[in-house]
Design a protein around this ligand. Structure first.
Ligand code: SAM
Length: 286
C-alpha cells in the first residue's frame, strides 16, 4: 500500500495557462479531489484534459465534518488532493483545518504551489514587497472593522487586502480616513484575465476613481505601509538622557536605554549623555 498524502494544489486565478504540469499531474493521480464547488473543479479537470476524479465538497460549512473521512482515506493510503475555487487553498479559502488535522494525525502533507491573487497583486503593485502583511477580507462592519482599519493604518509593511467590487469604494474611503489621502495604493483587478487592470495612485485619488468607475471583477488592494515616525529631535534626546542620568544611570546605560526607546543611534544618545555628564557637578561638589 502506498503512503497516503494530503496534496495542496494551487489552481489558476483566471487563466487556465497558469495550471502547472505538476498541478495537473497531482489532480490526475489523486484518489479523490476535495474542492469548494464540484461544478467548478469538474470544469477545470475537463478543460485541462484530466479524467474525472471523485470529488468531495470541502467548503467553509463542510470542512470540519469532512476531516474524519479525509483522515480515514489518508490512513488507508489514498492521495487526497485539495483545491479551492482559485489560487492557493488556505488563503482566504478552506484548507487550514484539513491541513492541521492531517499534520496532527502524522500524515504526509505536500504542496504543489500555484498562483495566488495576493502575491500576484503584491508584486505587480510596485510597492515594497520585501516585507508585507496579508489581511484577507476586512470585517464588514462594527467595532471589528474599526479596530482592523486602525491596525492596517499603523502597519509599517505593505498590506494586501481582498475586497468585493461593490465594497471597494467604501473600503478605500475608510482607508483614506484612517491613513490619510496621501498614502499610495494599487488596486489590482481581474489579474491574468482579459480585463486585467492595475490602477496606481494615492488613496485620495483611488476613492475618486472607484466612486466614478465602480470597477467590476475580482479585486486586490495593495496599500503602502505607514511612514516611519520622524526621528526624535536633539532636545527630546537630551531630556530623555538627562532623566536617565538623574535617576543614577551611567552615561553608557543612559545612552543604551534612550537609543532603544527613541529609536535613535546609540552614538547620538551617548554624545548627549557624556556632554550632560560633563556639565553635571561631581558628587563630592568638586
Ligand atoms: N485562495 C485564493 C488565492 O490564493 O488567490 C483567494 C481566494 S479569496 C476567497 C477570493 C479573492 O481573491 C477575491 O475576492 C479577490 O479579492 C481575490 N482574487 C481572486 N482572483 C483574482 C484575480 N484574478 N484578480 C484579482 N483578485 C483576485
Amino acid at each position: 500500500m502506498s503512503a497516503g498524502a494530503l496534496v495542496l494544489v494551487g489552481t489558476p486565478i483566471g487563466n487556465l495557462g497558469d495550471l502547472t504540469p505538476r498541478a495537473a499531474e497531482a489532480l490526475a493521480s489523486a484518489d479523490v479531489v476535495c474542492c469548494e464547488d464540484t461544478r467548478r473543479t469538474g470544469k477545470l479537470l475537463s478543460l485541462a484534459g484530466i479524467e474525472r476524479r471523485p470529488l468531495v465538497v470541502v467548503n467553509d460549512h463542510t470542512e470540519e465534518r469532512e476531516v474524519p473521512a479525509v483522515l480515514a482515506r489518508l490512513a488507508r493510503g489514498d492521495r487526497v488532493a485539495l483545491v479551492s475555487d482559485a489560487g492557493m487553498p488556505g488563503i482566504s479559502d478552506p484548507g487550514r483545518r484539513l491541513v492541521a488535522a492531517a499534520v496532527e494525525a502524522g500524515h504526509a502533507v505536500e504542496v504543489v504551489p500555484g498562483p495566488s491573487a495576493a502575491l500576484a497583486a503584491l508584486v505587480v503593485s510596485g510597492l515594497p514587497a520585501g516585507r508585507f502583511a496579508f489581511e484577507g477580507f476586512l470585517p464588514r462592519k462594527g467595532a471589528a472593522r474599526d479596530e482592523r482599519l486602525a491596525e492596517v493604518a499603523a502597519e509599517r509593511r505593505t498590506t494586501v487586502l481582498f475586497e468585493a467590487p461593490h465594497r471597494l469604494a467604501r473600503t478605500l474611503a475608510d482607508l483614506a480616513a484612517v491613513c490619510g489621502g496621501d498614502r499610495r495604493v494599487a488596486v489590482a483587478r481581474e489579474l491574468t484575465k482579459l480585463h486585467e487592470e492595475v490602477w496606481r495612485g494615492t488613496l485620495a485619488e483611488a476613492v475618486a476613481w472607484a466612486e466614478e468607475r465602480r470597477p467590476p471583477g475580482e479585486i486586490v488592494v495593495v496599500l503602502e505601509g505607514a511612514p516611519a515616525p520622524s526621528p526624535a529631535g536633539d532636545e527630546e534626546v537630551r531630556r530623555a538622557v538627562e532623566a536617565e542620568l538623574a535617576a543614577g544611570a551611567t552615561p553608557r546605560d543612559a545612552a543604551r536605554t534612550v537609543a532603544a526607546r527613541l529609536g535613535v543611534p546609540r552614538r547620538r544618545a551617548y554624545d548627549a549623555a557624556t556632554s550632560l555628564a560633563a556639565d553635571r557637578p561631581a558628587p563630592d561638589g568638586g
